[in-house]
Design a protein around this ligand. Structure first.
Ligand SMILES: [Zn+2]
Length: 227
């Protein structure tokens, strides 16, 4: 960005710095966000025209990111994660090992041991929900890493549970497997193959959007569904 500019290239307002009224150029990050979405981009914008543009387009960026991320998690189960090592009929190249870890909240183990015989009771259900949540987190991590490696499935997956945090009774779930890229993807069926193609696009776009630094980013709540 040139410091010799005397007026805003976008709205032609004169740049000035004063105690009560100053018009300066926007920082690069804001300019990048505006230019991602605006129809005809300019090299830079001033605080007079740019702040409004920034708040408009950063909101659009945040919404897009949120929607795509939700869509991503809705489709992520399409990436097969299996325990066998050489699936029948799959042709694939081996990529790399992928891992996932998740720690549940406290008190899980004490709840479990006190209700060991109560397989259908409320305590047991809560325990299983927490465990399932931990497993789903790990699976999501394996799948995300696989996508980042350019893969579309995980084979030879192992799962481990271990107690951490001593008296607090926390439980850690660990998973590990080998990311592969199935080259005859149609072996999974058309719907699944289509979903995987879609999720690959989503992953790429979300990564692009994550490059932008939103300083007022809200926590997004994502529901990881599992089918
Ligand atoms: Zn301007």
């Amino acid at each position: 960005m040139s410091t010799e500019l005397t007026e805003c290239p976008h709205c032609k307002t004169n740049l000035k710095s004063g105690l009560f009224s100053s018009v300066t150029l926007l920082d690069n990050n804001k300019v990048k966000i505006i230019n991602e979405f605006i129809e005809s981009p300019f090299d830079t914008y001033c605080t007079k025209c740019g702040n409004e543009l920034y708040s408009k387009y950063s909101k659009i960026l945040m919404e897009e990111k949120q929607n795509l991320t939700q869509e991503f998690y809705n489709l992520i189960y399409s990436i097969p994660v299996i325990s066998i090592h050489t699936p029948y009929n799959w042709e694939y190249e081996i990529l790399e090992m992928v891992t996932g870890q998740s720690t549940t909240g406290t008190g899980v183990l004490s709840e479990f041991t006190s209700s060991f015989t109560d397989l259908f009771g409320v305590q047991s259900k809560r325990y299983n929900q927490k465990l399932k949540f931990g497993e789903n987190m790990c699976l999501a991590q394996l799948r995300k890493q696989t996508l980042d490696l350019g893969g579309n499935a995980v084979i030879g997956t192992d799962i481990d549970y271990s107690e951490v945090g001593g008296q607090k009774g926390m439980l850690m779930v660990c998973m590990g497997g080998t990311a592969i890229n199935i080259t005859n993807i149609e072996v999974l069926g058309k719907d699944r193959a289509d979903n995987i193609a879609k999720i690959k696009e989503l992953n790429k776009r979300i990564d692009e959007l994550n490059e932008y630094d939103l300083n007022d980013e809200n926590e997004t709540v994502i529901i990881i569904s599992h089918k």
